[in-house]
Ligand binder design. Structure first.
Ligand SMILES: Cc1ncc(COP(=O)(O)O)c(C=O)c1O
Length: 460
């Protein structure tokens, strides 16, 4: 079928240049790319060149672009009940809440409830409200390198100073704690024999009232909540060592500190489990979700909280609200996603795909020791840490250049032109963060490694 484009690439860029705010992230790139179509693991440009996508709308499309089942569910909802105010009830809101609550009851043996909103940052805001309402305290711990969104409240618990520096003082700024990023340990320790030194340092905060968090005489803690990603997303796809979260949770339990786990990016089987925190065998008090809950089809986010934090007499009507919360298109898409999750065998399939991808990344690490300091990750949340020849100093320039090069669309695979879509993250923005579709085939994994190989070869 002949595709007729409304505007040429140049016309789109001209209008963007003149009329769009540059305050979003489009202009992180000097020459933002125009795409026209998407399907499965691929995006297509104006010349119909396919680009294998290893960032999938920042992990919003775990189940592949234009996933037929989710697309059809949305179309069906558009025809049946596309609009309804959150003041009223309808089927898919309660069905989706039930699915999430039951899934968590099975996983954590805890009863709970679900509260909806429309974006990851708003889910963070609502989780903070749940915590402040329950604890009657505003002190929050969060991880260095964590990312929880860019609304004002979410910015307070997101460590990067860049997101705050233009907007004055943030009075409710979290106290930021080092994440167990073992390749670059904050304390200069080696993972093999550190004996969770970072957890011990955290626990020291509670030894004396003079450490400013806790009064051992009264047992009162000023900071009553910890918000954390189980695996850092924007922070570079860093997965903590086994045992870390168990050790941390013990300290939190000892001092009565609530734990919110942000699953906005790492949830929905990205790490091989519905929630990334399941890999670490602890039970959080609150879980936030967004992105792939609808496979990127319509903004929907939310949180699940254990009953005691969110029962109707605690989190009372009107405690949090948005006009678009629990919108019917989003909840319908979310319900289909949860249905897919129940039917598919992701827990078995994802570790197999992960192992194939990781062995390709290790091959690249051996082939390009001058660029690649580390590869790793969990499930299909993988990373390539780009470094200088000393194998530790970050190489951000190469990371930026490789992404731009992939978007040129002039790589060759099976005799045909194609491109590669990549994203970066990490404390130094030197990490290629790989987020393929969970349906990526073995052939597409091999293609990913070959295209990365072609890109690296251009920089020797
Ligand atoms: C872990 C995490 N939390 C929250 C957010 C914010 O979500 P949104 O961009 O939908 O506001 C993101 C977005 O990347 C995220 O990765």
């Amino acid at each position: 079928m002949l595709k007729v484009n409304l505007l040429s690439d140049e016309e789109i860029r001209e209008l963007d240049d003149k009329y769009c705010s540059w305050g979003d992230t489009t202009h992180y790139s000097k020459n933002p790319k125009v795409f026209r179509d998407c399907s499965g693991s691929f995006m297509f440009d104006s010349k119909d060149i396919p680009y294998l996508d290893l960032q999938m709308w920042y992990a919003s499309c775990n189940f592949g672009y234009k996933n037929k089942r989710i697309l059809n569910a949305v179309i069906d909802q558009l025809n049946k009940l596309p609009q309804v105010a959150p003041k009223y009830l309808y089927d898919y809101k309660v069905l989706l809440a039930e699915k999430i609550a039951r899934a968590n009851e099975k996983r954590f043996q805890e009863k709970g409830r679900v509260h909806f909103n429309v974006g990851g940052a708003q889910a963070t805001e609502d989780a903070i409200k749940v915590a402040r309402n329950y604890t009657k305290s505003q002190g929050i711990f969060a991880f260095m390198g964590g990312y929880h969104g860019r609304t004002m409240g979410a910015t307070c618990v997101t460590s990067s100073y860049r997101y705050r520096e233009k907007y004055g003082h943030f009075g409710d700024r979290a106290h930021f704690v080092p994440f167990p990023y073992c390749f670059r340990c904050h304390y200069g320790k080696k993972c093999e024999d550190c004996d969770f030194y970072c957890v011990k340092q955290f626990a020291k905060n509670f030894e004396s009232e003079y450490n400013s968090f806790y009064d051992p005489k009264t047992g009162e803690c000023e900071y009553k909540t910890f918000i954390a990603e189980a695996v850092l997303g924007t922070g570079g796809y860093i997965n903590p060592p086994e045992g870390y979260f168990k050790a941390l949770k013990k300290v939190l339990d000892d001092f009565g500190i609530m734990l919110i786990i942000d699953e906005v990016q790492m949830g929905m089987f990205r790490t091989g489990k519905l929630w990334a925190i399941e890999n670490y065998d602890i039970t959080p008090d609150v879980i936030t979700f967004a992105k792939s809950i609808t496979n990127g089809m319509n903004p929907l986010s939310g949180l699940w909280a254990q009953e005691k934090f969110i029962s109707p007499n605690v989190f009372t009507p009107g405690s949090a609200h948005s006009t678009y919360a629990s919108n019917p298109i989003g909840t319908r898409a979310g319900y289909e996603v949860m249905q897919i999750i129940e039917e598919e065998n992701f827990e078995e399939i994802i570790p197999q795909k992960s192992a194939r991808f990781l062995s390709g990344l290790k091959y690249l690490k051996n082939k390009y020791p001058q660029f690649i300091g580390d590869v790793g990750g969990i499930g299909l949340a993988l990373r390539i840490e780009l470094t200088q020849p000393d194998k530790i100093s970050p190489n951000r320039e190469l990371c930026d250049a490789i992404q731009e090069e992939g978007l040129k669309g002039d790589l060759i695979y099976n005799g045909k032109k194609c491109g590669l879509i990549l994203n970066n993250g990490g404390f130094y923005k030197n990490i290629l963060t790989l987020v393929p579709s969970l349906y990526i085939t073995d052939a597409e994994i091999d293609m990913s490694i070959e295209l990365l190989n072609q890109l690296f070869a251009r920089f020797i």
